[in-house]
Ligand binder design. Structure first.
Ligand SMILES: [Zn+2]
Ligand SMILES: [Zn+2]
Length: 266
């Protein structure tokens, strides 16, 4: 069995992630254009024909921008909860209605060889979810937009072998930056985004030998840098006496280009 993960784009200007086995693949979110998705998949040697569906976490445009073209031209089935569909669909958008698939929350469904479970997270879009995906003996959790780690999300995040988690902003850069007060408050709130210190402290709490890959995702373009993310994480881990083992990898996901493929099962 093969199991590969690749982030095609990650950040407030667009999110799209690929997960594939030897036969098929799925996308998680479609926040970049369908053209870019096609181009990026090609660059990692994945054919669009192998993609069996796209999972959608919430209605923000940095997660849904490519959905119209993917469903209308590509006939790609799109999966999310009824409540999120209600918040996405309106008479103006041209998402192909026959590509809509409604999924349950906290209940497994099967797609392309993956067992997938949606779980609720706290974010300022209606009924936002993360995904916990099982393939073989590996577990992948994706939680990219969340203001804090709520009790419903924590067990799914703690169980991951590969974790894609947001580290959106550097606390000092946000506070001292140019955003208006209301926006700073929104981002920092329990329904906004996770800051570097929050993510690092949570990771220090849950790190264990089964967590082999940590991908830090959805970095703000204005209030964060990859260096700040790593600096905060390393400082937090060193203060807590945490030393990673040889198998454990930490990656920062690129904003506008695919990251190196993570091969969970060769
Ligand atoms: Zn987002
Ligand atoms: Zn969002």
């Amino acid at each position: 069995m093969k199991l590969n993960f690749c982030s095609l784009s990650s950040g407030s200007s667009g999110n799209c992630y690929y997960l594939g086995n030897e036969f098929h693949g799925i996308l998680i979110d479609a926040g970049i254009s369908a053209k870019s998705i096609n181009k990026f998949l090609k660059s990692i040697d994945v054919s669009m024909q192998s993609i069996m569906g796209v999972l959608i976490t919430h209605n923000h445009s940095d997660h849904t921008r490519g959905l119209e073209v993917l469903t209308r031209r590509g006939r790609l089935p799109a999966f999310t909860t009824g409540e999120i569909w209600k918040s996405i669909l309106n008479p103006q958008n041209r998402i192909s209605r026959d590509c809509i698939r409604e999924i349950p929350i906290q209940q497994k469904f099967h797609l392309a060889g993956f067992d997938i479970e949606a779980f609720p997270v706290c974010h300022d879009a209606p009924a936002t979810i993360g995904f916990h995906i099982t393939a073989g003996n590996k577990k992948i959790t994706i939680a990219t937009d969340l203001g804090h780690i709520c009790q419903t999300a924590a067990p799914y995040i703690k169980a991951a072998n590969l974790l894609i988690i947001e580290s959106n902003y550097d606390e000092d850069m946000l506070v001292n930056g140019s955003y208006p007060h209301f926006l700073k408050a929104r981002i920092q709130s329990d329904h906004g985004h996770l800051g570097n210190q929050q993510t690092s402290a949570f990771l220090a709490d849950i790190i264990n030998d089964n967590l082999s890959h940590i991908c830090l995702a959805h970095l703000s373009i204005n209030n964060n840098t990859p260096e700040k993310v790593l600096q905060t994480l390393h400082q937090t881990f060193s203060e807590r006496g945490i030393i990673l083992n040889d198998q454990q990898q930490i990656s920062i996901l690129n904003r506008n280009v695919p990251t190196d493929m993570i091969r969970l099962i060769e």
